[in-house]
Ligand binder design. Structure first.
Ligand SMILES: Cc1cc2nc3c(=O)[nH]c(=O)nc-3n(C[C@H](O)[C@H](O)[C@H](O)COP(=O)(O)OP(=O)(O)OC[C@H]3O[C@@H](n4cnc5c(N)ncnc54)[C@H](O)[C@@H]3O)c2cc1C
Length: 512
């Protein structure tokens, strides 16, 4: 039987699209270069007993009636795939010298906490928080599929949002004249974007900040269960996923994409795969390079000219015979910055490769659900995340493998020094496992061309109206991934579901 949809890559948006299409009766085939499904969302096991998700930490838009829930309901998976909420009284713990702020769900409470810390600037802070809320409402109305009726009713919110089309978070901090320490506390979740305030799109920050305020979640059975649920939906409905199979070339007849050539990474045999429609979950620029940029229209060619997002450093660690809850960890993330100025902190790490005063995120997945363990009973998983420059690590690894490993070790040590000093005095004594990932690890296991963590960089330019979408200008060929939709768990769910909706005519996303 001929394949209706050939999906290149099993990242979240590709899996969501594939699961929905398979469930609707279409024949779906997925080609995946890695041995596991899920792309950045894949889970791996180390030492036969510790399970780590490659990149996902916490997610939004999973509550009743939100996009993730709408998709899961359509797939009859909403009873099996459930989510645990982070602490609404403080889901992100921001820590910096002399200041601490736990971000609550309630905006009034946020204003109150900030006003306690910065009494002289209470009015400015309150105005800023209200502007964030208004912008978020406007962006919701503007998100496709747009409802013209709602546009008119919410003109105030929409025009507020449109005003910030070209703004960075720093521009808006400056507009409201927030004190630097308040800016730093509000933007300490910068590892969620891997951009500092002076480069980060205000839209991107508003969407994520408000999304987590509305509800930050962790899957009850870990992220692996979500990926497995989507894979099962494809397979149970007659589809298939072929692993260890890397797309190496595209087949075209004129301006129509007819299929691909893909190499079995174990046997090194190359085979041809054809389908009525080809869906590209691979990085769009990487695909365009294989196809030939000249084949695309000028408009799409321009949109393909995006900058890649920065890459990251991750440390996956296991501690034994210690309860991290005794040290303030729980249903929250911790964001530490040693620097008052996040723009400077980012510059030091990303451009100067200087991690002597690191800013980073700490997550503790074991503490987020009680249903299923990701490690033995007497252990807990703790992970550290910060920014890293792909070119630097790639060059270092190619030149001197030992120096590359040493650099990763040094970054982890620098982070552990801070953790011992300020959070868990004896963490090194309890560390029974650690493994680090760099930008080249992302490239190797997630097949992203530049180790790029979030697809295209989340700058105002890339988040503006010239942003790439599913349209490729080629026939029977659509983009479907973070760079052609939006990065993140919920946004890639939305990206896959929106493309399904567009190609099938089956409306499942309501603009809530
Ligand atoms: C460090 C980090 C932390 C993050 N934390 C969070 C978080 O806490 N919350 C959140 O919501 N989001 C988070 N994200 C973002 C989120 O993980 C991604 O935006 C999302 O998973 C991307 O999905 P995607 O559909 O774009 O596909 P990708 O994950 O990019 O997957 C693409 C797939 O295509 C495959 N592929 C590539 N080339 C080929 C080829 N030639 N042939 C065959 N297959 C190929 C890859 O192997 C991969 O499986 C994080 C990302 C990173 C890097």
């Amino acid at each position: 039987m001929k394949t209706d949809y050939l999906i290149l890559g099993s990242g979240l948006s590709g899996l969501v699209f594939g699961a929905l299409m398979a469930k609707s009766g279409k024949r779906v085939q997925v080609l995946e270069a890695h041995e596991y499904p899920g792309g950045f969302g894949h889970t791996f096991t180390m030492a036969k007993k510790y399970r780590f998700n490659a990149q996902l930490h916490y997610v939004w838009d999973c509550g009743e009636g939100k996009p993730v829930n709408q998709v899961l309901k359509k797939l009859n998976l909403d009873q099996d795939i459930t989510f645990e909420r982070y602490d609404p009284n403080g889901f992100d713990h921001m820590r910096m010298p002399n200041y601490a702020l736990d971000i609550p769900s309630d905006s009034q409470e946020l204003i109150r906490r900030l006003a306690d810390l910065f009494p002289e600037d209470a009015d400015k802070i309150s105005k800023f928080v209200f502007e964030v809320k208004k912008t978020r409402e406007g962006l919701k109305i503007l998100a496709p599929p747009v409802n013209p009726g709602k546009l008119l009713i919410h003109l105030g919110e929409v025009s507020c949002a449109v005003r910030y089309l070209h703004s960075t978070l720093q521009d808006v901090f400056d507009k409201f004249k927030l004190p630097l320490a308040a800016q730093t506390l509000l933007a300490s979740q910068w590892p969620d974007f891997l951009l500092p305030p002076n480069q980060l799109s205000f839209y991107a920050w508003v969407i994520l900040f408000s999304g987590y305020q509305e509800g930050a979640y962790y899957p009850t059975h870990h992220f692996e269960a979500v990926i497995n649920g989507l894979v099962k939906a494809i397979v149970d409905n007659g589809g298939e996923i072929i692993f260890n199979t890397e797309v190496v070339n595209f087949m075209l007849e004129g301006k129509t994409v007819t299929g691909v050539e893909a190499m079995d990474l174990i046997t090194h045999q190359t085979s041809k795969f054809t389908a009525d429609t080809v869906i590209c979950n691979i990085d769009p620029k990487k695909a365009a390079k294989m196809i030939g940029y000249e084949k695309f229209s000028r408009t799409v060619g321009k949109k393909l000219d995006y900058e890649y997002s920065a890459s990251n450093f991750m440390a996956y660690c296991v501690v034994k015979d210690i309860d991290l809850r005794d040290y303030g960890f729980g249903k929250c993330n911790t964001f530490h910055t040693g620097h008052q100025d996040l723009n400077e902190a980012f510059y030091q790490m990303y451009v100067q490769h200087d991690y002597s005063n690191p800013s980073f995120a700490i997550t503790t997945p074991t503490l987020l659900t009680t249903e299923e363990r990701d490690c033995p009973e007497d252990c807990q998983i703790i992970e550290f995340l910060t920014v890293a420059d792909y070119s630097y690590f790639q060059e270092l690894k190619a030149r001197d493998e030992k120096a590359y490993r040493q650099q990763k070790e040094e970054i982890l040590n620098s982070i552990l020094d801070v953790v011992e000093k300020q959070y868990i005095p004896n963490i090194r004594q309890h560390l029974v496992f650690k493994i680090t990932g760099s930008p080249t690890t992302n490239e190797r296991f997630c097949h992203c061309p530049h180790g790029n963590s979030y697809g295209s960089s989340l700058t105002p330019k890339n988040m503006g109206i010239g942003r790439l979408n599913h349209q490729t200008s080629l026939k029977n060929f659509y983009f479907c991934n973070a760079s052609s939709g939006y990065p993140g768990f919920a946004p890639t769910f939305w990206t896959g579901a929106l493309l399904y909706q567009r190609l099938s005519g089956d409306k499942i996303l309501t603009n809530s």
